[in-house]
Design a protein around this ligand. Structure first.
Ligand code: ZN
Length: 66
């Protein structure tokens, strides 16, 4: 039984791919947060805010706590 630390699989909200990466902003970013700020899809390239859950435009960053 390896049920510890089972996380709900995150999926891309656009294409449904599980080929995603959790992005943390660097310390020098104005929206730096000690944890994941956005979810990026490696298949379609879409980026989603961790709190807002909306798609981020090119160059847009997810604000801390949305
Ligand atoms: Zn996608």
């Amino acid at each position: 039984m390896a049920s510890e630390n089972v996380q709900k699989k995150e999926k891309c909200k656009k294409c449904g791919s599980e080929n995603i990466i959790m992005v943390e902003y660097s310390h020098d970013s104005p929206e730096y947060y000690d944890g994941v700020s956005e979810i990026q899809c490696k298949d379609c390239g879409a980026r989603f805010g961790r709190w807002s859950e909306r798609e981020l435009k090119e160059g847009e960053v997810e604000k801390r706590f949305g």
